[in-house]
Design a protein around this ligand. Structure first.
Ligand SMILES: [Zn+2]
Ligand SMILES: [Zn+2]
Length: 396
């Protein structure tokens, strides 16, 4: 069968002779519909990260398919030949210390579709029936792979222990950031989205961000506490921005758009984050970091209010261990990691997409067939001025 196979760092191959899998006990054979390429796939290919099995395997952990054959004992409720499913890609052991404590996302023996095991960038795949989530009728095959990043967002928001009415900032408006923003909105929070790409900020505002900030235009450490406090206090953000942040914006022009056009009028200063907390406001209750860029974890820790929660989701070869734990101690800040999703996160993600709480359609940038997946998918994701969010590979 056709497949896109990762052999190792910088060695990704499209092949037509990969053996078609057969479902084992409890497993089903799926004809893959679409699998999306994620930045993690790029990290695996370009930087050799997460190559757990150490031997060639089919890439693709954000995947969906149609059931074509049931293995022995795979005849479970809701799953039959022809059922469209999204794949919950984490396969836990159920018996280790963490699984038995009910924290299977920390499983010591976990296997993953597209990481340790063959993934979705192929004509067919096999996976346990219990980890295949039937799609509601109103969810398309194109939307289905995006249940994976949505489930990551659900887990991050749950790890943040959010409370209705709080204000959150999301650092990074890639796919996971834009899903996180929407899950936070669905949970009843005010959300400020932060990203240096105007295109991402425009999408963020369309998807419900209450404000957006571009770090190339403003000193986020100064502006964010003021905007977070304005949102927390229920002040009219447009009026607040017209008045000027701390009275220092002179222009009284009506902002055409609260998200992007006003930010260039906001002040830039060189004050340290310590100064900003006491002088400019408190800041968001929660900061969720999804960028994984150099310095963004430290930004998250600096920008959250005292006593607030930081969740680190983003991770890449550029990530740095740069959090100042002394400052975290002083501000009683809670900093936690969030990786992949917890059991049940996928079901919530599918429900949020199906009921319209999370709109993944603007995040689908292109559809390409499997035989063009490397050229039109992976290589396009490498462009320095990346103009895509998710590229779906497959034949529907
Ligand atoms: Zn991913
Ligand atoms: Zn386990």
């Amino acid at each position: 069968m056709q497949a896109i196979v990762l052999h190792g760092k910088n060695d990704l191959r499209y092949v037509t002779d990969y053996p078609k899998p057969t479902p084992g006990p409890g497993e089903i054979l799926l004809e893959m519909t679409y699998t999306s390429i994620c930045q993690t796939d790029i990290e695996m290919w370009q930087h050799g990260m997460f190559n757990w099995r150490g031997k060639p395997h089919i890439q693709g952990h954000e995947a969906a398919g149609i059931v074509v054959e049931l293995g022995e004992g795979a005849n479970i409720a809701g799953i039959e030949v022809g059922t469209r499913v999204a794949i919950e890609n984490v396969r836990t052991c159920g018996t280790c210390f963490f699984c038995r404590k009910g924290t299977s996302q920390l499983c010591e023996n976990g296997r993953n579709f597209g990481f340790s095991d063959d993934g979705g960038l192929a004509e067919f795949g096999v996976w346990p029936a219990s980890l295949c989530i039937p799609l509601p009728d109103n969810m398309t095959n194109e939307e289905a792979p995006l249940a994976e990043p949505t489930s990551v967002a659900v887990h991050a928001v749950e790890n943040a222990n959010v409370v209705v009415g709080e204000t959150a900032a999301v650092i990074g408006c890639g796919v996971v950031g834009l899903c996180t923003l929407q899950v936070l909105k669905a949970a009843g929070l005010r959300v400020i989205a932060i990203d240096p790409r105007e295109q991402s900020l425009t999408i963020a505002s369309e998807l419900g961000a209450d404000a957006t900030l571009n770090p190339n235009e403003v000193d986020v450490g100064v502006v964010l506490p003021q905007i977070a406090d304005a949102l927390r206090d229920g002040r009219d953000l447009l009026a607040f921005l017209r008045e000027g942040v701390r009275g220092r914006v002179d222009s009284d022009a009506e902002p055409s758009h609260p998200m992007t056009s006003t930010t260039s009028a906001l002040p830039r200063t060189t004050k340290s984050p310590d100064d900003t907390q006491s002088h400019n406001g408190y800041g968001p209750d929660v900061v969720i970091e999804t960028a994984g860029a150099p310095g963004t974890a430290l930004d998250a820790a600096n920008w959250v209010r005292r006593g607030g929660r930081v969740v680190i989701v983003g991770f890449s070869h550029e990530s740095q261990d740069d959090i100042n734990f002394g400052r975290s101690h002083m501000g009683e800040k809670n900093i936690m990691g969030s990786s992949a999703t917890s059991h049940g996160g996928y079901h919530k993600a599918v429900a949020l997409i199906a009921n319209g709480s999370v709109n993944v359609k603007p995040l689908i940038s292109a559809l390409v067939p499997l035989d063009r997946g490397i050229q039109d998918g992976f290589e396009r994701m490498l462009k320095p001025e990346k103009d895509v969010y998710r590229i779906l590979v497959g034949n529907g």
